[in-house]
Write a protein that binds this ligand. Structure first.
Ligand SMILES: C[S@@+](CC[C@H](N)C(=O)[O-])C[C@H]1O[C@@H](n2cnc3c(N)ncnc32)[C@H](O)[C@@H]1O
Length: 357
């Protein structure tokens, strides 16, 4: 660290200042994105093409002056384009995929609920950091549960059954034949519902230790065509009943206090030839390697507020963190007595693993 006598050069000061200005801008624009989603601004722009502030306000049933200010912020932030000649604002097709189309693989607008929970709970995490580090997932604000579900949903919708499941040898055949599936740490249940919908002979149970998430999962499943084959229960990753052909951990193994215990529990509840499937955030092995990984600042920061405190709030408190990487995941399954562990496919956001006894 620089001592107080060492005066950094002006260009370094400017660079550090502009870096922080960029983060402040990102945070402010993110709040604007959340507002825009709630008011339906992006969807209106995507559906209608360029609009004036008055036209957008009318479509959204919103105050025109606030709408105008929001539009100017979004245009200055280069999310929208402003056309001075006719005083209109436009959301181009690529940006519509990120901000308006909920089913696109790059729809990210609703994931801001996760960031909102980090801000809201910063004092709790400060207190945890001064104590034993523990702060349970279930004690966060509700925006975390819905935000996490919405953050991961586009990835699951576009990759889970089209690519990730087929990447695991023999898994699709098993599901087509009618597998019994357990989705551990299912959160608000999108992954459970998608598996049930894609494989009409499969029966899926989602479990999560957080009762509020299970309530939301039941609500999300209600309108599904597979509602009669998907069910949800409150249960911990280390304590549930039944025998399953497939046990899944979607972005949850690293959150657990006792991932080895959870892997052992899965091993004890697998049917003959059963498979454990894991989806984890994309990461390299070792923190030095991760320092230049594109999503590492987002994942490490979220993990500081969410994954690590949750793990430290539970027995064992292994606290793998969201950037634990393949070697640590493999070690968990080896410790749990699994005979095989493979990385099967990846996207820029995720790595998929399969483990067998
Ligand atoms: C990052 S979220 C992922 C949720 C969901 N799988 C998804 O992909 O949207 C982690 C989930 O693990 C759950 N969880 C944390 N500790 C748990 C435990 N010991 N047993 C079961 N679930 C747990 C949390 O409640 C949360 O829903």
């Amino acid at each position: 660290m620089a001592t107080q006598e060492t005066q950094p050069d002006q260009s370094a000061i400017e660079a550090a200042t502009m870096q922080m200005v960029g983060y402040l801008t990102g945070a402010a624009l993110s709040a604007g994105v959340m507002l825009g989603s709630k008011l339906g601004y992006y969807k209106s722009l995507a559906e209608s093409g360029p609009l004036t502030a008055k036209e957008l306000a009318e479509r959204a049933g919103a105050n025109e002056r606030i709408t105008r200010e929001w539009l100017d912020g979004q245009a200055a932030g280069k999310i929208l384009t402003y056309n001075a000649s006719d005083d209109t604002y436009d959301l181009d097709a690529a940006s519509a995929m990120v901000f308006a189309n909920e089913d696109s693989p790059v729809y990210l607008a609703d994931g801001i609920g996760v960031i909102r929970a980090m801000f809201t709970d910063v004092d709790h995490i400060r207190d945890a950091a001064r104590g034993d580090g523990g702060f349970a997932w279930s004690d966060h604000e509700e925006c975390l549960f819905t935000g996490t579900g919405r953050f991961f949903r586009p990835g699951y919708l576009n990759h889970l059954t089209p690519e990730w499941i087929p990447s695991i040898d023999g898994l699709e055949d098993k599901l087509n034949a009618g597998a019994n599936v357990l989705d551990v740490g299912c959160g608000v249940g999108y992954s459970s519902v998608m598996i049930a919908e894609a494989y009409p002979n499969a029966t899926v149970k989602g479990i999560d230790y957080h009762a509020g998430s299970i309530d939301l999962a039941r609500e999300n499943a209600r309108s599904s065509s597979a509602a009669d084959r998907v069910s949800f229960d409150v249960a911990s990753a280390t304590n549930y009943h039944g025998t399953y052909d497939l046990i899944c951990f979607f972005d949850c193994l690293h959150d657990l206090g006792d991932p080895v215990g959870a892997a052992q529990q899965a091993r004890n509840h697998l049917a003959d030839d059963g498979i454990v499937m894991m989806v984890e955030p994309w990461a390299l092995d070792g923190r030095a390697a991760n320092m230049d990984a594109p999503f590492a600042p987002l994942f490490y920061s979220a993990s500081t507020f969410l994954c690590v405190p949750n793990s430290l709030s539970q027995d064992t408190g292994r606290a793998l963190g969201a950037q634990s990487g393949e070697a640590q995941m493999r070690a968990v399954f080896e410790e749990a007595g699994f005979g095989s562990f493979n990385r099967t496919i990846e996207t820029p956001f995720n790595i998929v693993y399969a483990a067998r006894p």
